[in-house]
Design a protein around this ligand. Structure first.
Ligand SMILES: [Zn+2]
Length: 345
């Protein structure tokens, strides 16, 4: 951003962001909300929630992406039946995790949410995984503070000239030790969290990248509960799942498909047996309309959780409370907007 530290516009803006963060909406227990594309809803009215799915993705890359690469009316027509299908199975809220420069389209999400009756939640942030292919040029030279300012502005003013606000921060980092750009995105996300109370969902390659992110949160005074380890199922060392959950972070197992039900049952039962079910999220990372493929390519439905996983868990003795914890209470707590600052121990 062109604005500088001493710029009065910037000072006013930062003051407004701070006031917003201090507002009643972020009170410790009452009136917590989740920000959907149609506006804030009370966190305790979200209902069964899929925390990580996609409606549309365009993998063309940040350099070449532009509006008009697909027909929005066609995408609407193709995606709507899938949202209606999962709503009929009980789902009430779906977090759409496609970031800017990968096909985030808030107008489309708004239309689909209205037509399907499902709450859709969109995001701010940037995706630094895939070797920075989806990182726009400005993000390479701007500071973490400047990037955070862009993201905070989307929360305070709306996304791309609309009144749609992000309900979480989506970032992505590559596997292994964090690269300088990935580190900058994490710091920008942490700063955005402090100003807005939005939860950080971080596409994360593996446990090393997860633990380094947790350190950054901690060194900026932000609690691990503000952070979701996206794609935690890709880390085979379950001790790291436990470590992150014990520290208060969210362990998101989000690649569920008809072929992986048994594996997800094992991962979930492991966490439950350790008393860590209250830190776990589960989703499909499914969908989506593939921009550039005829008819949007092969669309994976959002239904395995309802059709296969939950019935199997119930057969294994999971109670209504366990299922409610996993599919309703955990997402509501994870996405409820409020700053989560570290308490001194
Ligand atoms: Zn995803």
């Amino acid at each position: 951003m062109a604005q500088r530290e001493g710029d009065p516009t910037r000072r006013d803006f930062l003051k407004a962001a701070a006031a917003l963060a201090a507002g009643h909406r972020f009170g410790p227990s009452d009136d917590l909300t989740v920000v959907t594309v149609r506006g804030p809803v009370k966190a305790d009215s979200l209902g069964p929630t899929l925390p990580h799915e996609h409606v549309l993705v365009d993998f063309i890359g940040a350099e070449r992406i532009r509006p008009g690469r697909y027909d929005r009316a066609e995408v609407f027509r193709i995606v709507l039946p899938y949202l209606r299908e999962v709503r009929a199975l009980g789902c009430r809220t779906l977090c759409e995790c496609t970031p800017a420069f990968l096909g985030r389209d808030v107008q489309l999400l708004l239309q689909l949410s209205r037509a399907s009756g499902i709450h859709l939640v969109t995001n701010t942030g940037l995706y630094g995984a895939a070797n920075d292919r989806y990182v726009p040029g400005y993000a390479r030279h701007e500071s973490a503070e400047e990037l955070a300012e862009r993201w905070i502005r989307e929360f305070t003013h709306g996304i791309e000239g609309t009144s749609v606000r992000p309900g979480f921060i989506k970032i992505g980092v590559d596997p292994g030790h964090l690269s300088p750009i990935d580190r900058k995105l994490v710091v920008a996300a942490v700063r955005t969290h402090r100003a807005t109370g939005l939860t950080i969902a971080a596409h994360t390659g593996n446990g090393t990248a997860a633990l380094e992110q947790m350190e950054i949160l901690s060194s900026h005074g932000v609690a691990a509960s503000a952070w979701i380890w996206v794609h935690a199922q890709n880390e085979p060392d379950l001790a790291i799942h436990e470590q992150v959950a014990r520290a208060g972070g969210w362990v998101e197992l989000d690649g569920l498909s008809d072929r992986s039900v048994d594996r997800y049952v094992k991962l979930l039962e492991h966490m439950r047996s350790k008393g860590l079910l209250h830190r776990v999220l589960v989703s499909h990372d499914a969908g989506w309309y593939h921009v550039g493929e005829p008819g949007g390519g092969r669309f994976r439905p959002y239904t395995t959780l309802y059709r296969k996983l939950l019935p199997e868990l119930r057969r294994r003795g999971w109670t209504d409370e366990d299922v409610h914890q996993l599919t309703v209470a955990n997402p509501a707590e994870a996405f409820a907007v409020r700053p989560r600052l570290k308490t001194r121990s």
